[in-house]
Write a protein that binds this ligand. Structure first.
Ligand SMILES: Cc1cc2nc3c(=O)[nH]c(=O)nc-3n(C[C@H](O)[C@H](O)[C@H](O)COP(=O)(O)OP(=O)(O)OC[C@H]3O[C@@H](n4cnc5c(N)ncnc54)[C@H](O)[C@@H]3O)c2cc1C
Length: 387
């Protein structure tokens, strides 16, 4: 029996992937309707590889009608001004990404898990001794493999004795939806402003966008304290009226502290970490959940290899599976994390001359159509970090 611990999106996806390899106990209490981290306000930009995984798991059919394809993206540097346009057609794709809101994605995943014959849903799992520092005591008894998808504060990670590092950005992401005066036309926009990084993602409604604004903590709290109407006016200005006047479409503005966290190991005993339990990243490229989906693609590949090699004695928690998983994530996860961290430093850096250099770099990219095509292709294939 395989155990999956985590009631979020990664938990549901892990249960569906694991169900191809045996019976699954999915430890997943119903999600608190008002999570402290404001996750329910988020809209996710799903990369083509993640959409493909959802399609293979039978989830995409229920989601496709609610997802908004991103046909183009504009990235603006505000001072000095510069702009880069990225088009899906440059990579011969229908969309650079698909935007889905948290509730729709979680509901589609939960529904698929509910109808999967191999999955039995249970409540929260509490490791008997949270400070045991022993992977065998961290996992539900009798599991051949335990997949920990219990988020950035993972108790299983702690109970298994896996240390993790945390780099605090001293920034918060403000998340809120707006109604736009002009239709968004499937365009995602991002502004590198002196005070922070603003992104507006197109939602399924042609007149709604979802904002992620990463700002220094004090600055973010000041803006969050204003009325929703005042926030909408400020974002209309900061987005340079790109979609015309904005008005609030959410009942609140959510704030989340931002940090890059990394588990020192992704496996211990018969336990593997996936998603935010293993790593978190700055949201400037909308990559966190996509990186979690890549964990699952790697784990599925390793389980398949083991199953093919030892069909009769297949053990999903075999040492070979865990070693292969740890090895496959050993380079890709830090590559994405540090790639995003370097991008963040370049974008937020205040060294004299850096703003001018950034702007010139973007003008150079904009003037080189082949370079832009290469960037889009590389980002979507996972060879480089997207904007
Ligand atoms: C502002 C912002 C914007 C973002 N935008 C994007 C984006 O555009 N694209 C993208 O790819 N990523 C994005 N991300 C990242 C993405 O939100 C996360 O990577 C993703 O939600 C992590 O999912 P998860 O299931 O691993 O963790 P969580 O969502 O934290 O889920 C963990 C779940 O486990 C449950 N749990 C905890 N303990 C137990 C237990 N003992 N037993 C059972 N269940 C338990 C919790 O209740 C929770 O439901 C963004 C992040 C932020 C902060």
């Amino acid at each position: 029996m395989i155990s999956v611990v985590g009631g979020g999106i990664m938990g549901a996806l892990s249960a569906l992937v694991a169900a191809r390899f045996g019976l699954v106990d999915w430890w997943a209490p119903s999600e608190n309707p008002q999570r402290d981290d404001g996750a329910q306000a988020r809209a996710y930009a799903l990369a083509p590889q993640t959409v493909e995984l959802l399609r293979e798991l039978g989830i995409w059919t229920a989601l496709a009608d609610k997802a908004q394809p991103v046909v183009a993206m504009q990235v603006f540097h505000v001072q000095p001004a510069a702009q880069v346009d990225l088009l899906a057609s440059d990579a011969q794709l229908e969309a650079l990404a698909h935007i889905v809101v948290h509730a729709d994605l979680l509901a589609a995943c939960e529904q698929a898990a509910q109808y999967a014959a191999n999955i039995q849903r249970k409540g929260a799992f509490q490791p008997p001794d949270p400070l045991a520092c022993d992977p065998a005591l961290a996992c539900p008894p009798g599991s051949s493999l335990t997949i920990a998808a219990d988020g950035k504060d993972s108790r299983l990670r702690r109970a298994a004795g896996i240390l993790h590092s945390r780099r605090d950005y001293d920034q918060m992401a403000l998340v809120m939806a707006f109604t736009t005066e002009q239709p968004h036309g499937g365009m995602a926009c991002q502004w590198f402003r002196p005070e922070g990084i603003l992104a507006l993602l197109p939602l399924h409604d042609p007149h709604q966008v979802s904002m992620v604004y990463s700002l220094p903590t004090a600055h973010a709290l000041q803006l969050k304290a204003q009325s929703l109407q005042d926030i909408a006016c400020r974002i209309t200005q900061d987005s340079e009226h790109r979609f015309g006047a904005l008005s609030p479409a959410s009942e609140a503005c959510q704030a989340t502290p931002l940090a890059m966290t990394t588990a020192e190991r992704m496996t211990a005993g018969r336990l593997v970490l996936v998603g935010d339990a293993a790593h978190t990243v700055h949201p400037l490229a909308g990559y966190g959940l996509n990186l979690g989906a890549q964990d699952l693609l790697a784990l599925r590949q390793d389980l398949q290899t083991e199953q093919t090699a030892h069909a009769k004695t297949f053990d999903p928690g075999h040492r070979g599976v865990l070693q292969a998983y740890a090895k496959s994530r050993q380079f890709q996860v830090p590559q994405v994390q540090w790639g995003l961290d370097i991008l963040w430093r370049v974008v937020m850096g205040e060294t004299p001359g850096l703003a001018g250099g950034r702007s010139m770099g973007m003008q150079f990219v904009q003037a080189m159509p082949h370079l832009r095509k290469w960037l889009v292709g590389s980002a979507l294939s996972g060879r480089a970090v997207p904007f």
